[in-house]
Design a protein around this ligand. Structure first.
Ligand SMILES: Nc1ncnc2c1ncn2[C@@H]1O[C@H](COP(=O)(O)OP(=O)(O)OP(=O)(O)O)[C@@H](O)[C@H]1O
Length: 563
């Protein structure tokens, strides 16, 4: 059956599986809210303990849907996939598989991000098998037959047994990682029909937004649950599939099917002006969007020059209206937010990797303090307090949280005293507070050469290390494209630079405009997502431009040089 055209306020059959394909700004989220309300008001299968499961990709997405549902939220379980699977399957039923995986299930409280452990790695034979430490970031699960196996992305050989040994050392301590949640949920559902029955009876409807970024295991879980009794609806846009590195597969959205599933398509773009939609239509060919509201606006503009100066220029042109910058890399986003330059050759690393100190106790404290300060600067106080309270001496009745808050406020007040100075300044400051147990660095005296660690602390500038703090729920004005998913802004400047550690290369880095390949190139999709966030004004900042590119691009945008 072909695709039926729908709009964001259309009503569809609530008892049939469906898949909706639509481009950016089509009103997918709006449709989802309307559809949830439609099901809530017309279904006879819901009740206090029988809710709709509504899964979206990020916590920001969850908040948006919760807010827009208003009082109806009581009958909808809105959550991210990890949170849903953890709460309803993994946490209550982990004991069913804890023997097989040697998980200390009583100690498991919530899933964590995988932080590489050198100690555990060394206890395995992985290094003997020529696995590099950096590759451990690329561990993923895949389903083989009825069970899940661990794998390393881009490696063909089977390392499952060794990887399992590495992982078990975490599980024994009750630490399970986000990627484990999907695999464990699959194993539980697959081995326990009773659990499947309970999930089906608790959630007769299962809707998933941003389905293009679904992990293959998640898609298998959905298919398994959908075998009977429940109705599944998925919504997505394959051109916005930008999580390949987390296991999402762009083909998966196209290939996902269920018996008698109805296919719908939305062709409008309610978000952007006609000139921005024209640029977007030039990048993708599978859906040609139109502006039903015929919103007129300025032409998109390529700005050639340095990002910080380009931002200043755009702010002036727009009479100091708010301008959001979107960057591919965390490093660029952090640099713009902190008004700092950075060189293309610099590579993104998490602070846990970038901070060099052979003393693990001192290292832990310093990393937490820097993370905490940077979170607090963006008003993420909960995360900041959680990070710092682990290390302060327990002088209050609130697990150190009260003391942590006082210290955070003090450090924020004094930020300008240490942010452009060496790590030595903040190290001394922390020692002076008397709230931390930081192993001392012996300072060299007279002609004696300083130790390597003293040199590191005295020669490394705080702000250069702080750029490596990853802001998990970044809702700031200057963020990465991945963190802008699902959002929209009046004025957007997309910063195009050389990708992670490489110099800018026009043929590669601007090919999303010059020679777009939306199906085959994830970088093109990432930049497409960035451009499609703009409502009124779109700027694309590049370090330079060739005559050839200028000729191609001047048909769709203005070109402006920053002096
Ligand atoms: N029928 C409509 N009439 C007017 N405005 C609409 C309509 N539908 C959606 N919008 C508006 O268009 C914008 C985009 O809608 P929405 O966020 O639902 O799109 P989306 O398809 O989820 O986008 P994306 O995939 O790009 O994140 C929002 O500002 C929304 O309020």
């Amino acid at each position: 059956m072909g695709m039926q055209l729908v709009k964001s306020d259309s009503k569809i059959d609530i008892e049939k599986h469906f898949k909706i394909t639509a481009g950016p700004g089509a009103g997918k989220t709006k449709f989802l809210i309307n559809h949830l309300k439609n099901v809530l008001h017309n279904s006879t299968r819901l009740g206090r303990s029988r809710k709709i499961a509504c899964i979206t990709y990020t916590n920001v997405g969850v908040e948006t849907i919760v807010q827009r549902l208003g009082d109806d939220v009581d009958y909808v379980e809105v959550s991210t996939i990890h949170s849903f699977l953890f709460t309803h399957i993994v946490k209550p039923y982990l004991h069913l598989i804890s023997g097989k995986y040697e998980i200390n299930h009583l100690k498991v409280d919530s899933p964590y991000e995988h932080i590489f452990s050198n100690g555990y790695f060394r206890k395995t034979d992985l290094s003997m098998k020529n696995i590099q430490e950096q590759e451990m970031k690329k561990i993923f699960w895949f389903i083989e037959g009825d069970s899940c196996k661990l794998h390393i992305r881009d490696r063909k050989s089977d390392f499952h047994k060794s990887l399992l040994k590495y992982k078990k050392m975490f599980w024994e301590k009750g630490i399970i990682h986000y990627e484990d949640v999907l695999a464990f949920a699959w194993e539980i559902l697959n081995s326990s029909t009773e659990t499947l029955r309970i999930i089906r009876s608790k959630f007769p409807y299962f809707f998933i937004d941003e389905f293009q970024d679904t992990n293959p295991i998640q898609a298998k879980i959905v298919k398994l649950i959908a075998e009977k009794e429940i109705v599944v609806g998925v919504i997505g846009d394959k051109a916005q599939s930008i999580y390949e590195f987390q296991g999402a597969d762009v083909k998966q959205f196209d290939n996902f099917t269920l018996p008698e599933m109805v296919l719908y398509k939305m062709e409008d773009n309610h978000r952007s002006t006609e000139s921005i939609i024209n640029l977007l239509n030039g990048i993708r060919k599978d859906i040609i969007q139109r502006s039903p509201d015929k919103i007129v606006g300025n032409s998109p503009c390529i700005i050639v020059g340095d990002p910080l100066r380009a931002l200043k220029y755009v702010q002036e042109v727009l009479d100091n209206e708010e301008v959001t910058t979107l960057s591919y890399s965390n490093l660029m986003a952090n640099s713009v937010r902190n008004n700092k330059d950075y060189k293309d050759e610099q590579k993104w690393m998490l602070i846990d990797e970038a901070f060099v100190d052979s003393n693990p106790d001192r290292r832990k404290v310093l990393i937490s303090v820097i993370k905490s300060i940077e979170y607090a600067r963006l008003n993420h106080y909960k995360d900041a307090i959680k990070e710092l309270s682990r290390h302060v001496r327990l002088t209050d009745d609130h697990n150190g949280q009260k003391t942590a808050l006082i210290l955070i406020k003090m450090l924020l007040n004094e930020y300008s005293d240490f942010s452009d100075k060496s790590l030595w300044t903040i190290y001394c400051k922390l020692n002076e507070t008397g709230f931390f147990n930081i192993p001392k660095i012996r300072e060299s005296k007279g002609d004696k050469a300083p130790s390597l660690i003293e040199e590191y602390y005295k020669n490394t500038i705080y702000s250069s290390i702080a750029l490596h703090v990853k802001i998990t729920e970044d809702d700031s004005l200057h963020r990465t494209i991945h963190k802008a998913k699902g959002s929209e802004f009046n004025n957007v400047m997309v910063i195009v630079k050389g990708k992670d550690g490489h110099k800018y290369n026009e043929e590669r880095d601007l090919s999303f405009l010059l020679k777009p390949d939306i199906d085959g190139n994830e970088d093109h999709r990432v930049n497409y997502v960035a451009c499609s966030r703009a409502k009124k004004n779109l700027y694309i900042c590049v370090p330079g431009i060739s005559e050839k590119a200028k000729n191609v691009l001047s048909k769709m945008c203005l070109i402006h040089y920053i002096q």
